[in-house]
Design a protein around this ligand. Structure first.
Ligand SMILES: Cc1ncc(COP(=O)(O)O)c(C=O)c1O
Length: 415
């Protein structure tokens, strides 16, 4: 029986009777597992590596915690349910899942398409790191039609295969939106049955239930679980979700690259998921109130917030209604002034905490130009709207009145 996400996050995949009646899954703090006998060890390896099919009725055992543990497995089952897809895989960080995914998909002399901006680490990984392995990257502009993108790519790279279409939407930190339905169309036009082009979506900013990107045509959805899913600024983690065929490819990459999540961190995230839907609903409501108040302050040039899409292009506003289910807890706040004005505002905040990351219980503020996106070249940042006057806000669980007072008081210092 299919259950609502808030119910599934409490019980899906867990049977207390298998764990001595423990209401919560115990933490399997072990690196390796003892096999009942040599034949079982041989079988587990043959099944785990795909060398042999598991016979009907056979029971897989644990091997070694780099391949998985009961804690990662339960977390993966819950994440797959939450993202309404077949399978999931957890990693030691958001960058671990993004780098493993790209290394698995992108081979030398193929083209990775991606939209900009993306998180600074992803940008550096694709532009500078993948480049070392002969992977070509091509930035897809938001306002080009699917047909124009396909024509541009075919003309620019005749005879080369496209290995992935990567998009981060909403994008960190500008909140630009890219239609995943459009990405699907482009990927299908550039791929073939023999070489399908996977659409990879970084859905960290909104997260499952607020943005159901598998429905829109994504093959692999990646997360910095560090953010909304873990939600308490106390763990670094990543995940990929999707159809089993794609996830199994990433499973092989994870085994060899080795960036799996540990048992304790998996357990912490299982605990976080129990309150996920409640937290994001409360944070979304507060964000709405904070965004409305910010728009009234004279030091504010623009409040970019998904609950009010007036500043977005008509195309982005139109597909938002079709492709998204929530507005989230992020605000891109553009103030009148440069870096010194932004720093003045940030340094006067007392309730907001000055720090990177997002999606946590405490509200966070940072300066993307000099912090999260500092490694992106200045002309590119300016072209993308990452200016010195941009402050990124992540709204937590404090009272909206306290957050609004804090922002107003700090913004008053620059008028
Ligand atoms: C959108 C997005 N993707 C990926 C990452 C990387 O995640 P992690 O820090 O967990 O490696 C971040 C981190 O800020 C992010 O904001």
């Amino acid at each position: 029986m299919k259950k609502e996400p808030q119910t599934a996050m409490l019980g899906h995949g867990y049977h207390a009777a298998d764990y001595h009646g423990s209401m919560k899954q115990p933490i399997y703090q072990t690196s390796t597992y003892e096999f009942p006998n040599s034949q079982a060890g041989k079988d587990y390896f043959a099944w785990a590596t795909g060398k042999e099919e598991m016979p009907d009725g056979a029971k897989m055992g644990n091997i070694y915690s780099r391949l998985g543990s009961p804690n990662t497995q339960l977390l993966e089952q819950r994440l797959a349910v939450l993202d309404e897809t077949e399978d999931a895989l957890v990693f030691a960080s958001g960058m671990a899942v993004i780098s493993a995914t790209m290394l698995e998909l992108a081979t030398p002399n193929t083209v990775v398409l991606y939209t900009a901006p993306v998180y600074g680490g992803t940008h550096s990984f694709i532009d500078h790191y993948l480049h070392k392995y002969g992977v070509i990257h091509h930035v897809v502009e938001h306002d080009k039609s699917a047909e124009e993108v396909v024509a541009d790519v075919k003309a620019a790279y005749p005879g080369l295969l496209v290995s992935a279409f990567f998009t981060e939407t909403p994008a960190n930190p500008t909140m630009d939106l890219y239609s995943v339905k459009k990405a699907r169309k482009i990927a299908d036009a550039l791929g073939s049955e023999e070489h399908p082009v996977p659409v990879v979506v970084d859905n960290t900013y909104l997260g499952p239930t607020m943005s159901r990107q598998h429905e829109n045509g994504a093959d692999i959805v990646v997360y910095s679980v560090t953010k909304n899913l873990a939600g308490h600024s106390d763990v670094i983690a990543g995940a990929a979700t999707g159809k089993t065929a794609w996830i199994n490819r990433l499973r092989v990459a994870r085994t060899f690259i080795g960036g799996i999540l540990g048992p304790m961190d998996s357990w912490l995230i299982l605990r976080s998921l129990e309150t996920y839907t409640l937290r994001i609903a409360a944070q979304q409501k507060t964000t709405h109130e904070v965004a409305a108040a910010l728009a009234l302050h004279p030091a504010v040039k623009e409040v970019r917030y998904l609950g009010n899409l007036e500043q977005w292009s008509p195309e982005q506003a139109a597909f938002f209604k079709d492709e998204y289910q929530g507005t989230g807890s992020m605000i891109a706040l553009h103030i009148h002034g440069d870096e010194s004005a932004a720093f003045k505002v940030l340094d006067h905040l007392k309730v907001f905490r000055l720090g990177v990351s997002l999606g946590s219980t405490e509200s966070l503020a940072e300066h993307p130009y000099s912090m999260t996106h500092s490694k992106v070249d200045d002309p590119i940042k300016l072209k993308l709207g990452i200016t010195e006057g941009l402050i990124r806000l992540s709204i937590g669980l404090e009272a909206s009145s306290d957050l609004i007072d804090d922002l107003n008081r700090s913004l008053d210092t620059i008028i």
